[in-house]
Design a protein around this ligand. Structure first.
Ligand code: PEP
Length: 255
């Protein structure tokens, strides 16, 4: 039985004041014990969020890391070990905004994934197709190629210590959510693809859905057999909404 996980990607949002307010709001939420909850603030807020989380059950994650695991001369970057030093347990790699707006390619993303694991961080590898790719019938070839770039380089066993997130680019920040059936189809294909290499790894890996998840859509999405939780952007900036999404993950998988 895979444990559900819900991660809030705060992207490049937040001031010290608004972040403190958000954490205070989150700390009033009843969060399900059987769901791993992660908040992913911008780098500049990681330390204060770590302090403010205190003894909360919420985990800390970052949105990116350098290709090098340890501190070195790499101006402007943040080493994975610096993230663990701040208390991070998770890190996003390959978010579509970084792939498409900043030109990150598969080879670079694989290096970041490897750097994260080298210091004990759990990488959350994001994969997903654009609207044009979906309309051209290329969803699975695109998503599986992004996954294969990792597996072919590092081997399938690395997925024992990682999380995957299927995030159709056309659904991110657009208010357009994939239907539960559309998402399930891709999640199942990802799991089957991994199973061709190693059935036990495929059965154990958590695959999150991301793309305009809201409290009103979370229950149905998380009820799908191969959807193990969510990567939530916009809705994670609202404590009540995010709390409700986390509770939906617990309730559904417990049912
Ligand atoms: C994301 O940034 O990973 C995301 C899914 O954003 P949103 O929920 O706003 O679509």
């Amino acid at each position: 039985m895979r444990r559900p996980l819900v991660a809030g990607n705060w992207k490049m949002h937040g001031t010290r004041a608004s972040v403190a307010e958000l954490i205070a709001g989150l700390r009033t939420q009843t969060l399900p014990e059987d769901v791993t909850v992660v908040v992913m603030p911008a780098f500049v807020h990681l330390m204060s969020v770590a302090d403010q989380l205190g003894a909360s059950s919420m985990n800390l994650g970052a949105q990116d890391c350098a290709t090098e695991p340890m501190p070195c001369a790499l101006t402007g970057e943040v080493a994975a070990s610096q993230l663990t030093d701040l208390g991070c347990r998770y890190v996003l790699v390959g978010h579509s905004e970084r792939r498409l707006l900043l030109g990150e390619g598969d080879a670079l993303i694989v290096r970041k994934f490897s750097a994260a694991q080298a210091v004990g961080l759990t990488p959350v590898l994001c994969v997903g197709e654009t609207r044009e790719q979906r309309e051209a019938g290329q969803t699975l070839p695109v998503v599986l190629a992004q996954l294969d770039a990792l597996i072919d380089t590092l081997g399938v066993a690395v997925l024992n210590r990682a999380v995957l997130a299927y995030e159709p680019v056309w659904a991110i920040g657009t208010g357009l959510t994939a239907t539960p059936e559309q998402a399930q189809e891709v999640h199942a294909a990802i799991r089957q693809h991994i199973a061709m290499r190693d059935a036990a790894v495929a059965a154990g890996v958590q695959i999150l859905y991301g793309g305009s998840v809201k409290a009103s859509t979370a229950g149905e999405l998380f009820g799908m057999p191969d959807i193990d939780g969510g990567l939530v952007g916009g809705a994670s900036l609202n404590a009540d909404e995010f709390g409700a999404i986390c509770r939906a993950a617990g309730r559904v998988k417990n049912a």
